[in-house]
Write a protein that binds this ligand. Structure first.
Ligand SMILES: [Zn+2]
Ligand SMILES: [Zn+2]
Length: 227
């Protein structure tokens, strides 16, 4: 079954999850977001010790990816805790959360699950969800406009390839972000975007008035901390 790909869905869902979970800072922490959303995350090393988990060959399912979602014996995301590439692991975890948040397991049980053949449209949707969650178009736009040199893959916790894909899909996804949605996202990351460090006295503050002036010593042109 090939499902039609609706590009607006992953963008809308990513925005809704950010509005609900209010992560605040970049790069997003998948474990913190999962805990706020009530999603159970289990390291493979722990799962391997339980005989109950035999129905799947989880280690085999994890050969091509760093994370997989299981619905039995409990609904959870199992991840390869020996994965050294943290960008790869982070993206894989948000991809799996995309399947969960967009109800792929509920709506397409026949195509989901570790032993099934993946549906390209659902996989593309989960990838687009992860990108729009980790690097939402309005936030990338604001940072690229104001501090182009800081708008890099590492700021969003993306690997090089994923960051290239983010940049390639900016125009497509921007079409699905209306002004209200953009304002919600700016609000979610408000503290992060307003964080400044004074180059003169070294103090950090929130630039509420957006003047760039240090409230402690009055020096102009405070730097964006983006952390
Ligand atoms: Zn997937
Ligand atoms: Zn100062």
């Amino acid at each position: 079954m090939e499902l039609p790909y609706d590009g607006s869905r992953p963008v809308r869902y990513a925005c809704a999850v950010l509005a609900d979970c209010m992560p605040g800072a970049l790069p997003l922490d998948p474990f913190e977001l999962a805990s706020r959303a009530g999603i159970l995350m289990l390291p493979l090393s722990q799962v391997e010790n339980y005989p109950l988990w035999v129905p799947y060959d989880i280690a085999d399912s994890l050969r091509m990816t760093s994370a997989v979602t299981l619905s039995y014996p409990t609904f959870c995301i199992v991840f390869r805790d020996t994965e050294r590439d943290t960008d790869r692991l982070r993206f894989a975890l948000f991809h799996e959360m995309g399947h969960i948040f967009m109800n792929h397991y509920r709506d397409y049980p026949e195509t989901m699950g570790p032993a099934r053949t993946a549906d390209p449209a659902l996989e593309a949707e989960a990838d687009a969800f992860a990108l729009n969650l980790m690097a939402p178009v309005p936030i990338v736009d604001v940072i690229r406009y104001n501090r182009p040199r800081q708008a890099r893959a590492s700021l969003f916790g993306l690997g090089r390839t994923a960051w290239m894909r983010r940049l390639d899909t900016m125009d497509r996804d921007r079409a699905f972000v209306d002004e209200e949605m953009a304002n919600v996202l700016i609000y979610v990351f408000r503290d992060f975007l307003l964080g400044r460090r004074c180059a003169a006295c070294g103090k950090t503050f929130r630039d509420e008035s957006q003047t760039g002036c240090c409230p402690f010593c009055g020096a102009p042109d405070a730097e964006w901390t983006l952390s």
